[in-house]
Design a binder for this molecule. Structure first.
Ligand code: SAM
Length: 325
């Protein structure tokens, strides 16, 4: 892997590694189809690039292998348009770090566990992380985290700073998943134990995003993070079976959703159909009541499903907010 690919992961590389791997990363477990573009930035490329079209392998590989680029590699004009249309501004790594440190201070009831922030950078604490207050390292690995509107997922993984493109060495990474992987590294001895706990770490990390290109990049960033840590730990590459297993968890946990409605973006329908009958015209209005009344429970779009890995059952994301205390 060359340095440039550390930032701009090439869909051709994933495809060449194994075509199924790219299929898994493009899969939407709610619709049982592929994720959609959900942005009009690609429409001028023609058929298959429309806002509500699925992102398919043929549209992003081969000679089209450069179509999807991370925000840092997009043109200034494209970046500006995305700010206007979808408020796409990414958070610098040092701010993600400070916020993730806050979450950890609350979990550990202690400050500066993984690093100490210093202005717009941080100093990594290289000592083995200690656990107390009846909390174990397993509890930390299992504790659930979610990045809302995750873009390229800078709060979850930090292979590069999404605002500068600077590469971050593994030891200094600050994402919520990076922290769990460090804990797994520090507390496991053999390959099986390591891998088993890494699977748990991935199952506990969630993120959602509207725009399909950013979502795919977020998924790729999580997959390449696995490769980085595996190679760093074992001095060899993970096998395809492992990559597919991790990719499958990622495709469940990093999902496409309109975070204001909990449905697949643009899936609510507001149509008026005219039926011609013997007695004249009959107007059938199919209006989304959720959109009309701002009621999160009554959208007629496709409610997103996520996986509850404890029960291995699919649940609606919406159901997380319906629970009685
Ligand atoms: C300010 S960026 C933040 C991205 C990332 N979390 C970060 O901190 O760098 C906002 C992101 O929210 C996404 N977004 C905007 N409206 C959304 C919605 N209704 N549901 C889900 N994501 C949305 C945009 O596509 C964009 O990637």
């Amino acid at each position: 892997m060359n340095l440039d690919e550390k930032v701009d992961i090439k869909e051709n590389s994933i495809y060449n590694l194994n075509p199924d791997l790219l299929s898994i990363l493009l899969y939407d477990n709610t619709t049982k189809r592929n994720i959609i573009w959900a942005t009009d930035m690609y429409e001028n490329r023609g058929f298959g690039y429309e806002t509500n079209s699925q992102i398919t392998i043929d549209k992003i590989t081969g000679r089209l292998g450069q179509v999807i680029k991370p925000r840092i590699k997009k043109s200034k004009q494209e970046q500006d348009k995305r700010i206007k249309v979808k408020a796409e501004v990414f958070t610098p790594s040092w701010i993600c770090n400070e916020q993730n440190n806050l979450a950890d201070s609350s979990w550990f009831e202690k400050m500066d566990i993984f690093n100490k922030s210093e202005g717009t950078t941080w100093k990594t604490n290289k000592n083995k992380v200690q656990f107390s207050n009846n909390k174990t390292w397993h509890d930390y690995v299992d504790s659930v985290r979610l990045e809302i509107s995750c873009g390229e997922a800078p709060y979850l993984v930090s292979r590069y700073d999404t605002t500068t493109g600077d590469i971050i060495p593994i030891i200094d990474r600050i994402g919520l998943l990076d922290r769990k992987l460090r804990i797994v590294n520090e507390n496991t001895n053999d390959k099986n134990e390591w891998y088993e706990n890494v699977l748990k770490a991935y199952k506990s990390i969630y993120g959602f995003e509207w725009q399909g290109d950013s979502l795919l990049i977020a998924r790729e960033n999580l997959l390449y993070t696995f490769m980085d840590y595996y190679i760093d730990r074992f001095n060899e590459e993970p096998n395809i079976q492992q990559l597919k297993e991790i990719a499958t968890i990622i495709s469940w946990n990093i999902f496409q959703m309109d975070g204001l409605k909990f449905v697949i973006p643009n899936s609510c329908k507001n149509e008026i159909k005219i039926n011609y009958t013997l007695f004249g015209e009959e107007k059938i209005e199919n209006e989304c009541l959720g959109c009309k009344k701002g009621n999160i429970k009554t959208h007629n779009g496709i409610y997103v499903k996520i996986m509850n890995w404890n029960t291995n059952k699919q649940i609606k994301f919406l159901s997380l907010f319906n629970r009685k205390k």
